[in-house]
Design a binder for this molecule. Structure first.
Ligand code: ADP
Length: 190
């Protein structure tokens, strides 16, 4: 099963993606986690992307597309989180999955208002101290989401693939809504 999860920063996308992956024994492919691991390792990739992550900007499309192609080539099933974030990334993803005969089964969208998102991100900043959770950087990440990632949402909506879910409930409520949305399109719970 191949599931893509979309949603703004602070929508709980990472948390829900991890839950879906654990419940269904799928690998959780999270580009943000991969990039932060590269930074922590001090690899060449990490050194290149560190300043980009700190500003809350986006890593260049060609670099992201190469990284994700390598990974998805090796996986038959996955929960994809953090990619695609731009239309060129979405086009590349659809093309590469078509080429290897592994189309997406479902595209989830976690919907939350900006105010809710900002509140959650500020709370997380206090708890985890992520360097990209300062108010200015949060604003930049949300701005880029609206400008560059919402067209990706519209692309999957136009294809009839989008499953919107209200992301403003508790973690358990949102997980339940996701399970219902997936069942409705015939993606069984296990
Ligand atoms: P969030 O969704 O909260 O911004 P992520 O953990 O998904 O957090 O991503 C953290 C950072 O990693 C992003 O702000 C961006 O700099 C970089 N990044 C992750 N995925 C991509 C992508 N697909 N394209 C470009 N940059 C990305």
């Amino acid at each position: 099963m191949r599931i893509l999860i979309l949603g703004p920063q602070g929508s709980g996308k990472g948390t829900q993606a991890k839950r879906i992956a654990a419940q269904r024994s799928l690998p959780h492919v999270a580009t943000g986690d991969n990039l932060r691991a590269a930074v922590a390792d001090g690899s060449e990739l990490g050194r290149r992307v560190q300043p980009i992550l700190e500003r809350g900007d986006l890593v260049p499309d060609d670099l992201m597309i190469d990284l994700i192609r390598d990974r998805l080539d090796r996986e038959d099933a996955f929960v994809l989180d953090g990619f695609p974030r731009t239309l060129p990334q979405a086009e590349a993803l659809d093309a590469m999955l078509a080429e290897i005969g592994k189309p997406l089964d479902a595209v989830l969208l976690l919907e939350v208002d900006d105010e809710v998102a900002v509140g959650r991100l500020e709370a997380r900043a206090a708890e985890e101290g992520r360097t990209d959770d300062s108010p200015e950087v949060i604003a930049n990440r949300l701005r880029l989401y609206h400008q560059l990632t919402e067209p990706v949402v519209e692309r999957y909506r136009a294809k009839g693939m989008l499953l919107p879910v209200d992301g403003e409930g508790t973690m358990d409520e949102v997980a339940e809504e996701i399970a219902v949305a997936l069942e409705n399109v015939g993606v069984a719970s296990r």
